[in-house]
Write a protein that binds this ligand. Structure first.
Ligand code: PMP
Length: 353
């Protein structure tokens, strides 16, 4: 008998890397387009001199720094190699075989994959007609087997948000045995004053975990660092299931340096925000439906026109993230990159429908 991998892995889609087209404008991953400040590069270079040594077990320097900065006990913070590994750690720490994970759909692509890999059962709750997360639907999907409910604010890929009053109501209504995860990967791009700071919500709650990342606003997608703020017992569980030493010396040094450069990096987000609003305005003027986005991307719910739109953009050497039958997500890049995308959108034959 030849060796085989778990049969249920066949149901998990393979990762499809973005197409490589020389000279193309790449707006298909939610990165920031600007390179790191010199101070961050210098910190990475300095850390590189010691890569013969293992990194700290719990990224203690970053942990201390975040604890002070957030005013949060270090026992409630867990650091990971990007927030996607923290998603995985939460599911692994919370779920046994057959336990349920509820999430809005469409949302971050990793939620269903990590759920299946952990052997848990997914419950997808469709977005509302206006592309928002359906909190009543999420509540209705909770059963005795549910252990985790994800919400994503702003939501990837739609850019839509949830407001303080509705989140407060939701958190109060979720049964005690369920952990709510608020994924705030794009929080620094939000300008809606009614969106709560997850930290305020988490401060006095026993059932909420936050996920934050250095990959987006802090520009370290290639370094891999993120953190969770969670109830102490959840943070402890996350540490147990973590892959040892997965946060490298370089990642930790880079993350610390971005905190020193936070003013500069957050000022760059303002440029992205202005471009996002310009791109959306132009798309609306062309007749596209584009929900208001609070992320560093816009969403075009093109439904059955998505594949044709994607092919047209590829022909114009602009790469977007297409979800067949659903829509296309376009990351906000540099002004000239956004202009290349807008030119492609303008000439899409199927745009006026
Ligand atoms: N959450 C959301 C909503 C995301 O869109 C992403 C990245 N696309 C992540 C988490 C993970 O980001 P990272 O692992 O780079 O921190």
């Amino acid at each position: 008998m030849p060796i085989t991998v778990r049969a249920d892995l066949a149901a998990i889609p393979d990762y499809v890397p973005g197409r490589k087209i020389p000279g193309a404008v790449v707006l298909s991953s939610n990165e920031v387009a600007t390179p790191p400040p010199d101070s961050v590069l210098a910190a990475i270079t300095e850390a590189a001199a010691e890569v013969n040594r293992y990194p700290q077990w719990s990224s203690d320097d970053l942990l201390d720094r975040l604890s002070g900065r957030l005013g949060m006990d270090a026992g409630r913070i867990s650091i990971g190699a990007g927030s996607v590994s923290l998603c995985q750690q939460i599911i692994q720490a919370m779920c046994e075989q057959g336990d349920e994970v509820v999430f809005p759909w469409r949302s971050f692509e990793a939620y269903p994959i990590l759920t299946q890999v952990a052997g848990a059962t997914e419950r997808r709750v469709p977005l509302t007609a206006d592309h928002r997360q359906d909190l009543d639907g999420l509540l209705a999907a909770i059963t005795d087997r549910t252990r985790v409910v994800f919400t994503c604010v702003p939501n990837n890929p739609t850019g839509t948000v949830l407001h303080a009053a509705e989140l407060d109501r939701f958190l109060a209504a979720v049964p005690d045995h369920v952990l709510v995860v608020l994924d705030e990967a794009y929080r620094e791009f939000n300008t809606d004053p009614d969106v709560p700071d997850g930290l305020r919500l988490a401060a006095d709650r026993e059932n909420l975990a936050l996920l934050r990342t250095f990959s987006k606003a802090y520009g370290l997608a290639g370094a891999r660092a993120g953190y969770a703020v969670a109830p102490a017992q959840v943070a402890a569980g996350m540490r147990k299931v973590a892959i040892p030493f997965s946060v490298s010396r370089l990642a930790q040094a880079a993350a610390l340096a971005t905190l020193d450069a936070a003013d500069e990096l957050l000022a760059r987000c303002q440029v992205v925000i202005a471009e996002r609003d310009r791109v959306r305005g132009e798309l609306l003027a062309m007749g596209y439906e584009v929900p208001e986005s609070q992320g560093n991307f816009v969403w075009l719910p093109l439904a059955e026109r998505t594949v044709a739109f994607n092919e047209h953009c590829v022909d114009q050497k602009v790469l977007v993230r297409a979800f067949a039958g659903d829509g296309a997500r376009v990351t906000i890049g540099l002004r000239e990159e956004n202009d290349a995308f807008l030119a492609a959108a303008r000439t899409f034959p199927g745009r006026a429908q």
